[in-house]
Ligand binder design. Sequence first.
Ligand SMILES: [Zn+2]
Length: 166
Amino acid sequence: MFEHVVIGFGVRAALAGHARSRPGEETGGILIGHPDGATLRVTRASPPGPNALHRRFRFSRDTRYLQRYLDEVVDRTDAQEDYVGEWHVHPALDTLPSCVDRRSLWRIARRTNYATDSPVLVIVEESPPERRVRAYGFEVHPRRVWSELPVTYQSAAAGSAENGES
Ligand SMILES: [Zn+2]
């Protein structure tokens, strides 16, 4: 389990933009980054994709779009950057990972076709004018666990070389 999540400057801006673009609805996508010891560095957040479904309390992602997005980043970075988890916007404060969210992240942790055994779910709690960004780690070995992880942001200056487009 990671101990800490660092969110890149460009990722923070991208998540804020996605949250604003779907007021009152759930939205989401995938996170790309790399481990750095016990720290997970998130360097990109994908868009939801054109065929994602958005509802007040439900979101289903555009899997084909996300797979293409991921393949493209992995190719372009020589696999230095890969899939690290998911992001969701929940249109309320204090909305922990739902039952469906937890099952889905544990499934990702278990499956070998994802690049990580310790996926992270970043939840943007969007309730204008308030916005909170929280992160949760998931693992299935030796048993299914999840816990909230502290989040810090990379400053624009420190991250300029690393920030991808969103
Ligand atoms: Zn969710």
